[in-house]
Design a binder for this molecule. Structure first.
Ligand code: PLP
Ligand code: COI
Length: 363
């Protein structure tokens, strides 16, 4: 099945009934499949990888990722298909972004073919873990950490690539319902020249106090604004943002332009295309906090939603900031948001033609 991985099946894999129990109620990120992939990097090259039982990693306490945060990750999904097969959604894009993150953190490039081969091999071996229902998927989590046992601050000479999988239900336990968001004016996620565009662990560590503040304010998620002007909307905790405008019978979806400080989401990229397919206009441009507020007040902006691999598409129903708060679309799921969501899920679950060739057949 694979050429570059040594396969050692787990002797501890769950029985069919234990796995069915584990998958009865799917949350996000709590249950893991029987196997994982590890590929070490040393002497300037990726070494023989392994596909083996899921389990703890052994790391030297001086491993530099534990101290200086040379750590990146990705997230993408495999979906059951109507023909009984399994397909992943745009894994090549995740592989390419993984390498852009690696480059920013002075980590080695992992060939996209090896990234995809690792995923295909893991999914094929653990295919019984791929959930069957619409809205459910097998979430793949690739990561790379620096493993050099050395306390000097410099790029590590040794790394470990790890890939594991988790059957996933909805990211937000309340299902598809609008979320309330807090615009963070006290904390900054990313500044020009920083690591905002990379999917590195430190970005998420730095976001946690802002997310806690959002929760103290009764909100589900934090919205980040730009670090320089402190006024333009960038993105949410783990999602990109879209704004829906209805004017003169025309629907336009607007998303913040890629400024170098926000993550170039693959869901974002895909929705810009799906919007076109559905006959909507789309724009990538700056949008300020004031404009968001004014356009909701004037009725030009009718919906807002967030999107990402884990969260798919989630309506934004209420916005709070230090100086104002507002409700969007009566805190209801809007028609454009739901049309975009159905368009995306249709392609992912194989019920809508994959006209852009986004699905990668695994098994
Ligand atoms: N923004 C951030 C900060 C994220 O962590 C994610 C999730 O990966 C996204 C946006 C959405 O990206 P994608 O659609 O590729 O999952
Ligand atoms: C994803 O959507 O894959 C993410 O990485 C978001 C979050 C869970 C960090």
């Amino acid at each position: 099945m694979t050429t570059h991985l040594t396969v050692t099946p787990s002797t501890n894999a769950l029985s069919d009934s234990a796995r069915a129990d584990a998958m009865r109620v799917l949350a996000f990120g709590r249950t893991f499949t029987d196997h994982m992939v590890t590929i070490p990097y040393r002497d300037g090259a990726w070494q023989q990888g392994e596909l083996k039982a899921y389990g703890p990693l052994s790391l030297d306490p001086s491993a530099s990722s534990l101290h200086y945060g040379q750590a990146i990750f990705e997230g993408f999904k495999a979906f059951s298909q109507p023909d009984g097969g399994v397909a992943t959604f745009r894994p090549d894009q995740n592989g390419a972004r993984f390498n852009r993150s690696a480059a920013r953190l002075a980590m080695p490039d992992l060939p996209v073919e090896l990234f995809m081969e690792a995923a295909d091999a893991l999914i094929t071996l653990d295919r019984k873990w791929v959930p069957q229902n619409v809205g459910e998927s097998l979430y793949l989590r690739p990561l790379m950490i620096a493993t050099d046992p050395f306390l000097g601050v410099r790029p590590s000479l040794e790394y470990l690539f790890v890939l594991f999988a988790s059957p996933a239900g909805a990211y937000f336990p309340q299902g598809v319902k609008p979320v309330t968001v807090w615009i963070s004016e006290d904390y900054v996620r990313a500044a020009p020249g920083g690591t905002g565009e990379a999917k590195c662990a430190g970005n998420y560590a730095a976001s946690l106090v802002a997310q806690a503040q959002a929760q103290e304010k009764g909100c589900d998620q934090v919205v980040w604004i730009d670090a320089v002007h402190r006024k333009y909307i960038e993105e949410m905790g783990g999602m990109n943002l879209f704004f829906v405008y209805q004017e003169n019978g025309k629907t336009t979806i607007v998303t913040p332009e890629l400024s170098g400080t926000l993550l170039a989401g693959i869901t974002r990229l895909s929705l810009l295309q799906i919007a076109k397919d559905l006959g909507f206009e789309s724009e990538e441009r700056k949008i300020s906090i004031e404009q968001w507020r004014d356009d909701v007040a004037s009725g030009r902006m009718t919906e807002a939603f967030a999107c990402g691999t884990a969260a798919v598409i989630t309506p934004v129903g209420h916005v709070k900031a230090k100086s104002f708060e507002m409700t969007i679309n009566n805190f209801e799921n809007g028609p454009v948001t739901m049309a975009m969501r159905d368009g995306l899920l249709g392609i992912q679950h194989g019920t809508t033609p994959d006209t852009h060739g986004w699905m990668h057949k695994v098994c």
